[in-house]
Design a protein around this ligand. Structure first.
Ligand code: FAD
Length: 258
């Protein structure tokens, strides 16, 4: 309803405020549509919280909260978890010291020129790019861990159902080919570009943030090449290096945090 003041930001940077906003919206708004988690939805919830607890490169209070919710959920042996019980954990009603998830959204790099553009879906992409990069740099042992958690989240909970269907098709088609943590980073990048390609010019495109094949040459000139046939090609090694740096925890900006 009320127009928020625009927060100036650098378009070539990633903001922690967007990641925390995506967490708030996902955990306190999107998941609240499910009064009870059981079976597949309980598994999807557990995998999602588990990768957040392991890889979310957040402020210590936020990481503490995610870890406490994760261990509560892993210890939960019943067949069902209610959203109300999860919510108590998210709001830290048990008063674990120095653990909290900030309330509300504060979009920065994901601001749109209108309230119905960008925001949460932008935050979801950003969050999962960051998580694949964190998993890569912490040299975990399960190449598909983050992508499987994302796939389960999107399939079971993502509010945009056509989006979930499209994404699940790409997962079915090729997620099995992901056999290293670096390929996981590149897989998400290339699938995101496919989505960009499909949505370019669609009504959901914010005219101030056109859908492009990303990263553009201004962000990474070495990422772009030309084949002998004259066709555009990606230099995947350069793209990987760029993604690892762009989404790394050291590059995240902390402007506009509470
Ligand atoms: P986004 O596409 O949300 O990207 C956010 C930011 O990520 C960009 O600003 C850029 O900095 C960076 N980025 C862009 N491309 C890449 C890339 N290839 N790799 C890494 N980083 C990149 N909308 C629909 O209308 N139909 C759909 O089917 C659909 N499917 C979706 C599926 C998923 C899983 C998600 C999360 C969203 C989907 N959406 C869909 C929403 C859509 O993709 C955009 O998120 C939304 O339109 C907002 O666009 P945006 O301009 O903020 O950029």
């Amino acid at each position: 309803d009320t127009e928020e003041a625009w927060r100036p930001f650098n378009r070539s940077m990633v903001y922690m405020a967007d990641l925390e906003s995506a967490l708030h919206y996902s955990l306190r708004v999107e998941l609240s549509a499910h009064p009870v988690f059981k079976g597949e939805t309980l598994n999807a919830l557990k995998s999602y919280i588990s990768v957040l607890a392991k890889y979310f490169p957040g402020r210590p209070v936020v990481v503490n909260l995610l870890k406490s919710v994760d261990s509560w959920l892993q210890d939960h042996t019943g067949a069902e978890v209610s959203y109300a019980a999860l919510r108590e954990q998210l709001d830290n009603s048990g008063q674990v010291p120095d653990a909290a998830l900030p309330e509300g959204v504060r979009w920065v790099g994901c601001q749109g020129s209108k309230p119905y553009f960008r925001r949460y879906p932008c935050g979801v992409w950003t969050l999962f790019h960051v998580l694949t990069v964190q998993a890569q740099s912490s040299a975990g042992s399960e190449p598909q861990e983050v992508l499987q958690a994302m796939a389960g989240y999107v399939r079971n909970f993502f509010g945009c159902r056509p989006c979930a269907e499209h994404f699940s098709n790409m997962v079915q088609e090729s997620l099995a080919e992901v056999h290293s943590l670096s390929i996981a980073v590149l897989w998400l990048w290339s699938r995101h570009n496919r989505v960009n390609n499909r949505l370019a010019g669609a009504p959901s495109e914010d005219p101030h943030f056109p859908k492009i094949q990303w990263p553009p040459p201004e962000l990474c000139s070495g990422c772009h090449g030309v084949k002998k046939s004259g066709e555009h090609s990606w230099n995947q090694e350069q793209v990987l290096a760029f993604l690892l740096s762009h989404f790394s925890s050291d590059s995240l900006l902390t402007d506009y945090l509470e």
